[in-house]
Ligand binder design. Structure first.
Ligand SMILES: Cc1ncc(COP(=O)(O)O)c(C=O)c1O
Length: 396
């Protein structure tokens, strides 16, 4: 059963008043920002963690079969067959992307925009030239798409490159279909671009949609690709860093493992391994219920905005629990009213709703906010009602 948990005063960054104040100027705003859910993890995870804690000691762990549990999961959830030689158990997606970037020196990085900001931070921290690849945006439809002509132009620029692909896409919630992946792979193959496919949100693909792991397409097309997956978003266990990295190329896999060993980064903590193992083995039915619930939440938001708050346009997601709200009309209303306030502070202060600001995902997204709907319907509806009231209060 999907159950919301009250998280104030639980060492959650999402609920940290100082962090919320920094974000939107109101420490008491209700958080709809950081990408974790307010919904309880599967019982299987709780039981395994409680049993571990009840032992009353926390020594070095050894997990048998973590890689196999991941492989079985990917077969069950995505009908994708992997073997042990394709996979390395890893200490988190961002750490793994950073390591892989380190291992491919001198390559520029292509980043689809809007982008999860840590992608940009990693590329910058490694001194890489960044090529922004803006997604096309259809304001009428409220939909983001891949712009292949733009990718081809960027790919053809001088210099060797990596593509940081995000599939499904954060923040738009788009699930890329097989044809879109094939077209992306075709261009990358033509220009010898290595694809990093961050698929952290893939298990949360809605029941009405289908996720194709990039690995499958890359394998068929003989393109080098590294796929990053994790149970963290799936089962709401992101505080326990753990991921799995999948390789099409054995020598790259070897280099990755060696680097983790060299930097002493490869060890999985007792609690993260325990939670991951329990979720992969016993979390499937829970996840099926959750994805149906999240798709329902998305429909609820879409209906509310369409009928009651048409000044805010919903970017209909196809996966996960975050999406963009297009607030361009509200921004214009604020400007016309002579109010010198950005959207995140406006809704934070006037509606007590804390969301991520569009510019966090790149220049040019000042009209957008990212809304996290990984909570129960009542809290979503109450937040939307407060937003409606705030918008109605803008003098015309
Ligand atoms: C696209 C994407 N990649 C990576 C992460 C973080 O992954 P990790 O905590 O495993 O480093 C997030 C978290 O929001 C994310 O949305």
């Amino acid at each position: 059963m999907v159950e919301r948990i009250e998280r104030s005063n639980t060492n959650s960054v999402k609920y940290n008043p100082k962090a919320i104040e920094n974000l939107c100027g109101n420490p008491n705003a209700e958080p709809f920002w950081v990408a974790d859910m307010d919904l309880a993890s599967p019982n299987a995870a709780n039981e395994a963690l409680v049993a571990t804690a009840q032992l009353g000691l926390y020594g070095y762990p050894a997990f048998d079969g973590l890689d196999q549990a991941f492989i079985d999961w990917v077969r069950m959830r995505h009908s994708c067959t992997l073997s042990k030689t394709d996979v390395v158990v890893s200490p988190g997606i961002l750490a793994s992307i950073a390591v892989m970037t380190e291992l491919l020196p001198g390559k520029d990085v292509i980043i689809p925009r809007p982008a999860y900001k840590p992608f940009v931070d990693i590329a910058r921290n490694h001194g890489r030239r960044i090529h922004d690849w803006p997604l096309s945006y259809d304001r009428e439809e409220g939909r983001f798409d891949l712009d292949f002509a733009a990718l081809e132009e960027i790919a053809s620029r001088p210099g060797s490159k990596i593509l940081y692909f995000c599939s499904p896409h954060n923040p738009s919630g788009r699930v890329w279909n097989r044809a879109e992946l094939e077209k992306t792979a075709e261009i990358c193959k033509k220009y010898d671009i290595v694809v990093f496919s961050d698929e952290i949100h893939c298990d949360l693909t809605f029941p009405s949609q289908h996720h194709t792991p990039f690995f499958e397409v890359a394998r068929e097309m003989d393109l080098e690709c590294i796929v990053f997956m994790a149970p963290s978003k799936t089962f709401n266990i992101a505080g326990e860093h753990f991921s799995a990295t999948v390789f099409t190329d054995l020598s790259t896999r070897e280099a990755f493992s060696t680097y983790l060993e060299k930097m002493r980064m490869g060890e999985i903590s007792l609690f993260s391994g325990t939670a991951a193992l329990a979720c992969y083995k016993h979390g499937y039915n829970w996840l099926m219920e959750l994805t149906a619930y999240l798709e329902d939440n998305a429909k609820l938001i879409g209906d509310f905005l369409k009928t009651q708050l048409p000044q805010v346009r919903f970017i209909m997601p196809q996966a996960s629990f975050v999406t963009f709200l297009d607030c361009s009309q509200v921004r214009t209303m604020l400007q016309n009213a002579g109010k010198d306030i950005d959207l995140v502070h406006f809704f934070g202060k006037e509606a007590s709703v804390a969301m991520n600001a569009g510019p966090w995902f790149g220049e040019g997204y000042e009209d957008f906010l990212r809304f996290n709907y990984g909570t129960d319907k009542n809290h979503i509806l109450e937040a939307l009602k407060r937003m409606k009231k705030a918008v109605e209060g803008i003098p015309s």
